[in-house]
Design a protein around this ligand. Sequence first.
Ligand code: FAD
Length: 819
Amino acid sequence: MGAMTGSFDLVVIGGGPGGYVAALRAAQLGAKTAIVEKDRLGGTCLVRGCIPTKALLQSTELYVQARAGAPFGVVADAVGFNWTVAQKRKTAVVDQLVKGVEGLLKAGGVTTLKGSARLAGGGVVEVAGESVQAKDILIATGSAVARIPLKGAELTIDSDQILELREVPARLAVIGGGVVGMEFAAMFAALGSKVTVLEMLPQILPMVDADLISVYTRHLAGIGGEVHTNSKVSEVVKSGKSLQVRFSAGGEGGAVDADQVLLAVGRVPYTEGLDAEKAGVKLERGRVVVDQQLRTTADGIWAIGDVIGGIMLAHVASYEGVCAVENIAGRGGRTPDYHAAPNCIYTEPEIAHVGLGEAEAKQKGIEVKIGRFPFAASGRALTLGQSEGFVKAVSDAKTGKLLGAHIIGPRATDLIAEATLAVQNGLTLADIELTIHAHPTLPESLVEAALAAEGRAIHIANRRSAATAPASPPPSSAVASSNLALNAANRDELLRLHREMQLIRRFEERAQEQYTKAKIGGYCHLNIGEEATVVGGIHALKPNDYIFTSYREHGHAIARGIDPRAVMAELFGKETGTSHGRGGSMHMFDAKLRFMGGYGIVGGHLPLAVGGAWAVKYDQHKDVVFCMFGDGATNIGAFHESLNMSKVFHLPVVWFCVNNRYGMGTPVEAASAVADIYKKACAYDMEAIQLDGMNLREVLQRTEEIVEKTRADSEPRFIEALCYRFKGHSVVDPDKYRSSEDKEKWRKADPIVAFEHELESSGLADEEYFKALRQEIDAEVQEIVRYADESPEPSPDDLYKYTYAGEWEDRHELRAGDV
Ligand code: FAD
């Protein structure tokens, strides 16, 4: 043991945010205090963690903003980025803060000892060959980068090394989707690196509410980043001048080429050279074991911060430091309370959360109310030009207490402070609402989220139910044709149908926009122009009738009563979609509403409808199978086979052809020898009619007649609804094959406008009503898109499970081998 050079009430080992804050608090409480640091004061946080990363992220944020300055009137030609200068600034910020800590300790009367500390037992701490005696010792030695036994790990860099890079890598692979990995991913992606993240778990940032993740990954994808979840890295190899990361995902192998590979698989408690166990301090998988008051197993030795594991964050380390020191000073036995420890992630957009997540609260058996407010509806966010993301408030449905808040968006890491105060102090949604918030500010969004949880938000349309997954509304009831006369008694019914047509129109217009923003995968066909055909046809059915449609089906689904949010979410491939995102844009399905959805291949659903009708007949039910398809499908073999079979076996199918005049780019007259498609059904000796598909009331009345006949005699029938699509075949169709005169002529027959004329001339509605309705629907559809945007992604594990089915059980007994 070295010479005894001093004695102290408290010796703190480690000068990070845990240690130095504890030392300052101890000094405030009158303890003669020393702090030992082997490197630089400030620890991981100031030297290689929180501060340097945030300094560099500020540089990248400014760079991104400068490049995007034109719409703000900022003229900044040839904006560039100088990594060396950004690094210099980062170092200056770090140096200034380290100096600040040195100054604070000095001013507080804390003695700083330089060197590596070792516990020599009996309250003695050895530092650089000398010894000091301490009444109490506080271990705050923090953590170090975790390493895994990965083949080729020596080719990777860690978070310490990436901060010292001399240049921005053209391609960066990040192994590990935790906070550190994602912050660097965000930083380098913003600087133009091609970033690929490989995460072993099903979700990056696993502690973050899943709803927030999709916003972040979408942003990252928008700037060229890629995220591979469920991807286990097997090795890193040299490949010419670059590196290659090899991984396996779902049984398949993959590889990513990169110039730098960041290994960011977490941090581990650091006790090297401390001789902790020799001094009686128990370690468990490297972390120092402490009791509720932060005492270790050795008398007079305490521990805090990263070295004790748990929440490894700077502010938690500081908080524990203060708790421990107050316990040492005999002040009231403080037990750290972590229920309101905020977590901030400085990605773009920023993410912050505190308290319970929605799933976590439900797991605990708490009935919750959820409120969300999108930054797109925040005046302040719009002025900042940063309207991505939302605030989500999780509250106790019974008491109204705010249990948690989850934010992704501008300055989320600052916004979380108010929610933290509320969660810590058990404040309710009402407490937040009753607090006047300055305008225009981002914190107003928390108030709105609190109000939204109660269904009372002011600046967004409120959802009918605050539940995450839309509950299917009851099946839409058939509209009796007797209710279609244009008189006051039928006003509500008529306006409901009109509203539905408008909703479908606006929904489709917005869906088209979303497709061009790459939010909808696969194909996207729109019902624009066909609203009367769709609404009239579907409303002629009874709740127990079955609907088989092709992929041009969003309007059909909405008319059937499927929540439009679930329809949009399905198009986006989200968990809250009608088929949990498994069907995507090509297959819409809802068993409860007997909506048997689409089938991606043209006319592929016609034989399915025959099968469905056969089942109905076999069960001797009085349901009708209603099969909707476009004119293009009538030129294929499956059409003829299906009509033939339905006739031969007397099946209760109504074949409903939406003749919108063009099968893809070919006019009906050119594609078919018989331009009157209903005549094709005559060949099978089937009753067939042609009706005006631009006239809602005609479609509904005549379809109802046909459907009811088929219900009565189980004979197939055929309807041809003549209409016109206002857009091309799909959203990617440039629609050059139709003359503008042709389009103009049909535009004049717009089914919605035509119905509005009827309503107006019979005094049931006026232009003011239509205008207000359009505004209302605009807001509703905006909310629908937002809902779909913010819905969680389906779990990749479930994605290929039961694409068409509901949640039914696996029935082994139905398999041949098991019988
Ligand atoms: P540390 O900060 O690790 O300090 C421990 C100190 O002890 C070190 O200075 C070390 O040199 C010294 N030491 C160790 N052993 C001895 C010994 N035997 N003798 C003398 N000295 C010794 N957290 C946040 O809250 N927000 C963030 O934004 C954030 N960003 C991060 C970014 C990165 C890249 C990293 C790596 C971490 C980040 N963290 C962040 C985590 C944060 O840095 C740590 O949680 C925090 O520093 C822990 O504080 P501590 O005092 O427990 O330990």
